[in-house]
Design a protein around this ligand. Structure first.
Ligand code: HAM
Length: 430
């Protein structure tokens, strides 16, 4: 076994797969731009407090999953970003973005880090693309964000995805619900496990997430959040659903959907893929009107956004055979040197072809002609172009079509014209 292995929960992405990533990223760029979102790039690490305040100190992400480090004994604690929303909001507040325009529509792609137990679809370094709409969180804004996410999926040809949606109520609804949960669970404090006891005080909503089998019956009987929604919250939610129906976006209302981050209010949603097994959430998001204040903003910044896991998205696309379309490759010319004294001349030829945007390869190791031809076939070159003494004296180059074995003699001008035309007609696809 080699001495150095990639860290568990991280992986290498080799060129063939990178082409798939780029294809997906291209679709994200195009859709985001269609919806008026511009790309933002934020740092990979931030002060730890940002995530503690933003995501919530009782969440699993902050409690157990952050990669936190201290740059020096006196330095402030830093954390590799486990998600993007808090960082994007920090950037907006710090740079006073909302002063220049009341609404900002930002999207991003990048790596995230969570110290979770690695398994299929769950990594310690993973990637997301996502979008955040800052400055307004009206039902139309929420529907816009969900529509963008679903349109990316549709453009990629994904099928059998399930969108689940819920209303978590506004801050007041949540406060009333919190008290109701505390009143409900308090008499059972003796049978609660230690984690749930702690949550009873700090964040009773999290008790509902407990996987402890001994508590499931008690949890099933707990008051339901939707019973505590105000009339305004219900109407807001219904309006979001109305927009989704109007756009024929299918959804299931799931009153048990609570997301693993504390900043959400009102509409929250998640998309799952039946192709994925245990880690089936491909993306999720919601409204987070309280985050800006939590992070020290002097004004309210209503906001809504989503993020999609790239690895899980690509896994689903693979399972649904969406990459099976054979990519038409730009034709590739392999310049074959017949006598090594002519190698420098052949290299000049390569430069000329590449300057004309023709994909060109050449052997850089002065190997035999037989080896060069073997390599040309291995890399699936479309043509072999021979450079030998005859070519030099006559100015006519012999070009062999490697698929048909047809061979033609061409002047350099004719060659550039022929290859340039076929190169221009090709586009890279998945
Ligand atoms: P999240 O649900 O924590 O939301 O993550 C979004 C997606 O990232 C998940 O649905 C999943 O596909 C992917 N993901 C999460 N953890 C892992 C992992 N360990 N390995 C592989 N993929 C993973 C957020 O991050 C919010 N910031 C979304 C949001 C944006 N809400 C509002 N705006």
């Amino acid at each position: 076994m080699p001495q150095y292995q990639a860290v568990k929960g991280t992986r290498d992405i080799f060129p063939e797969e990178v082409a798939r990533w780029k294809y997906v990223e291209g679709v994200v760029d195009a859709q985001a731009s269609l919806y008026g979102f511009s790309e933002i790039r934020i740092p990979v690490f931030e002060y730890t407090e940002l995530f503690q305040r933003g995501i919530g100190s009782t969440t699993d992400i902050v409690g157990k999953e952050m990669f936190t480090f201290q740059p020096d004994p006196k330095g402030r604690s830093l954390t590799l970003r486990p998600e993007m929303t808090a960082g994007v909001m920090r950037a907006a507040i710090q740079n006073n973005l909302l002063a220049s325009a009341p609404v900002h529509k930002l999207y991003y792609m990048g790596e995230l880090f969570r110290k979770e137990r690695p398994q299929a679809g769950r990594q310690r370094q993973f990637s997301q693309f996502g979008a955040e709409l800052l400055g307004v969180s009206s039902p139309a804004a929420v529907a816009e964000v969900i529509t963008l996410m679903m349109e990316v999926f549709r453009s990629l040809g994904l099928q059998r995805l399930k969108l689940r949606i819920n209303s978590l109520g506004d801050a007041d609804d949540r406060l009333r619900y919190r008290v109701a949960l505390q009143n409900y669970f308090s008499p059972f404090a003796d049978i609660l496990d230690d984690a749930s006891k702690e949550r009873l005080e700090k964040n009773p909503l999290r008790i509902l997430d407990s996987k402890n089998p001994a508590l499931q019956e008690l949890i099933a009987g707990a008051p339901k959040l939707y019973e505590y929604l105000s009339e305004a919250s219900v109407q807001d939610f219904e309006k979001v659903l109305f927009y989704l129906k109007e756009r024929t976006i299918a959804f299931d209302i799931d009153h048990r959907l609570v997301r693993g981050l504390d900043y959400y209010c009102n509409t929250a949603f998640e998309v799952t893929s039946s192709e994925l097994g245990a880690q089936d959430a491909i993306g999720g998001g919601g409204r987070y009107d309280g985050l800006a204040r939590e992070l020290g903003s002097s004004t309210d910044v209503p906001a809504v956004g989503f993020a999609v896991g790239m690895e899980r998205l690509l896994m689903t696309m693979e399972k649904q055979a969406l990459f099976d379309v054979v990519a038409p490759q730009a034709p590739l010319v392999y310049v074959v040197v017949q006598q090594q004294e002519l190698a420098d001349h052949a290299l000049q030829m390569v430069c000329r072809l590449r300057n004309a945007s023709i994909k060109t390869e050449i052997d850089l190791a002065a190997r035999s002609m037989k080896a060069q031809m073997r390599e040309a076939n291995r890399i699936k070159a479309s043509y072999a172009l021979f450079v030998g003494a005859t070519e030099l004296t006559t100015g006519l180059y012999s070009l062999k079509n490697l698929a048909t074995s047809e061979q033609t003699m061409l002047t350099l001008e004719a060659l550039l014209e022929l290859l340039g035309e076929s190169a221009a007609g090709m586009q890279l696809q998945p």
